[in-house]
Design a protein around this ligand. Structure first.
Ligand SMILES: O=C(CO)[C@@H](O)[C@H](O)COP(=O)(O)O
Length: 213
């Protein structure tokens, strides 16, 4: 199981230190971007991503939870994002938005919210390389996963056979008692927040996570 660690759950007064603490163990970092409109939170802009870029060579995923994704793709690519993940609700033309990410040299990711049918992604075969399946509502942390997520992971695994493949990650509700079930259902990776930064030894927690399948 891979892990892109969510910096939203790092210590806001020591984010650099928290990046360094897991850098030799994480597969990448996940940076949530919210605009107080599509989601109630206000989180992380391009300057923050540029600073993280200077601190680590690991992959950076920017998770755009904003009303107009198209406006923000350019600034986040310039800041050094490797993966930009967008929501269907964030654009009027989802294929064009995903293509904008790919044309900018980054990996296009598609986030699927808990209320959205997983099957809808089949119409977008080839347009994205990463599927971010939400385990909770967007823009919240510290909440438990929707138990339907395990079946939804299975649905996505079945679909990708005929879609040319994509990496399948789960975001939200990543806990010690949920992550093994996510691995068993077929997820390639997860977005741990407090599971890593709330652990007494974040590096050991990541090693444990990597051993799950
Ligand atoms: O955005 C999300 C969840 O929506 C994650 O990226 C959070 O960071 C998860 O935090 P924890 O609840 O796992 O601490």
């Amino acid at each position: 199981m891979k892990a892109f660690v969510s910096l939203w759950s790092a210590d806001p007064l020591d984010i650099g230190g928290d990046i360094d603490r897991v850098a030799g163990h994480a597969d990448g970092f996940h940076i949530d971007v919210t605009d107080g409109h599509l989601t109630p939170q206000l989180l992380f802009g391009p300057d923050f991503v540029a600073a993280v870029r200077k601190r680590t060579e690991l992959a950076i995923e920017v998770h755009l939870m904003v009303t107009n994704a198209d406006v923000w793709i350019g600034p986040f690519l310039e800041a050094g994002a490797d993966i930009v993940t967008v929501h269907r609700r964030s654009t009027r033309d989802l294929p064009a938005t995903l293509a904008r990410v790919a044309d900018g040299g980054a990996t296009p990711g598609l986030a699927v919210e808990t209320h959205e049918p997983v099957g809808d992604v089949s119409a977008l075969a080839g347009a994205f390389d990463r599927l971010l399946l939400m385990g909770t509502e967007i823009g919240v942390k510290g909440v438990e996963v929707d138990p339907l997520v395990y079946g939804r992971i299975g649905e996505a695994v079945a679909l990708r056979e005929g879609m040319g493949g994509f990496d399948l990650f789960v975001d939200g509700g990543i806990r010690q008692h949920t992550v093994g079930l996510m691995a068993a259902a077929g997820a390639d990776g997860v977005i741990p927040g407090s599971l890593v930064y709330g652990a007494p030894d974040p590096a050991a927690r990541l090693s444990w996570l990597h051993g799950l399948r």
